[in-house]
Design a protein around this ligand. Structure first.
Ligand SMILES: [Zn+2]
Length: 292
């Protein structure tokens, strides 16, 4: 089973943090239209995890996604990472986001992905908060170490149930592969851009479960500038050292040139479903339950 997902926040981030530059909006609009038309041609339905503020500030985007028959999922309200929130904040943030997305899309929002896969060992309580908000499916766990967070002790990388203090979610963790003894992601973001197509393709063929994830910015060829210390610290809430800023710079730029074509090739060569469809195909009675 291959699941196709997108995390959508670009227009909001541009408006809230980057000054609302019109050429960036134009790039997002063009890439988005190209992508959503391609999905129609290929008769593919994806899950689009959208930030709630997109529903408020750019409702036409959410309406267009829903109108083409894709699933609207929640990607937090303002792209705040969950490890920067306490329980009360996460509850409010999720309720606000779900309301904004449901009002605009007319769909019930049941699926969630935390920005930057930020459910970790330090905020397992997020599972109960999300369940309390009506979320049933989660795709926020990155079961290995990554530069921001990750959940290296999470014991599986296939669909399972996660349970915390009586609340349970159906979990779609990120699939991983092993290279030189190290677990790495291959199916989205910077990993997808960096890794050659043949390797991604072979890994997807060899695994029974894959979940692909892309941001529009992964698919736009643009020379991102090195962020200023102040911008980096405001956005990532981490020290804006030259090293940290340079790593981010390299990750934002590598492989963006051919990422869109690589994605289209992948979509043509493999069958994909969204989380809504996957949910019906998985026998949840026999999957592992992981008590966090
Ligand atoms: Zn995101």
């Amino acid at each position: 089973m291959n699941i196709l997902t997108f995390d959508i926040e670009e227009w909001y981030i541009e408006k809230a943090h980057r000054g609302g530059r019109s050429y960036r909006y134009k790039q997002f609009d063009e890439t988005f239209t190209k992508l959503i038309d391609e999905l129609d041609r290929l008769q593919l339905k994806a899950t689009f995890f959208c930030v709630g503020q997109l529903g408020k500030d750019f409702p036409e985007i959410v309406k267009k996604i829903a109108g083409r028959g894709h699933e609207i999922g929640c990607h937090s309200n303002m792209h705040t990472w969950l490890d920067k929130m306490d329980e009360a904040t996460l509850l409010q943030d999720t309720k606000d986001a779900i309301k904004a997305l449901e009002d605009v899309s007319g769909q019930k929002v049941l699926s969630y992905r935390a920005p930057a896969f930020s459910i970790t060992e330090n905020n397992k309580w997020a599972v109960s908060s999300l369940a309390e908000c009506g979320i049933e499916n989660d795709a926020s766990i990155f079961p290995a170490t990554r530069d921001f967070g990750g959940y290296p002790s999470f014991p599986c990388d296939v669909p399972c149930k996660v349970s915390f203090e009586g609340a349970t979610l159906k979990e779609y963790p990120l699939g991983l592969t092993t290279v030189l003894g190290k677990k790495i992601a291959y199916s989205g973001g910077g990993y997808f851009r960096l890794i050659p197509y043949w390797f991604v393709n072979r890994t997807i063929e060899n695994r029974e479960y894959n979940i692909c994830y892309f941001h529009l910015s992964d698919l736009i060829q643009e020379e991102h500038k090195l962020m200023s210390k102040a911008d980096y610290e405001e956005y990532f809430k981490q020290p804006g050292t030259l090293k940290n800023r340079f790593i981010r710079y390299a990750k934002s730029n590598v492989g963006t040139g051919d990422a869109y074509c690589k994605l289209v090739r992948l979509l043509k060569e493999h069958a994909f479903v969204n989380i809504q469809v996957a949910d019906k195909e998985i026998d949840w009675g026999i999957v592992q339950t992981i008590n966090l």
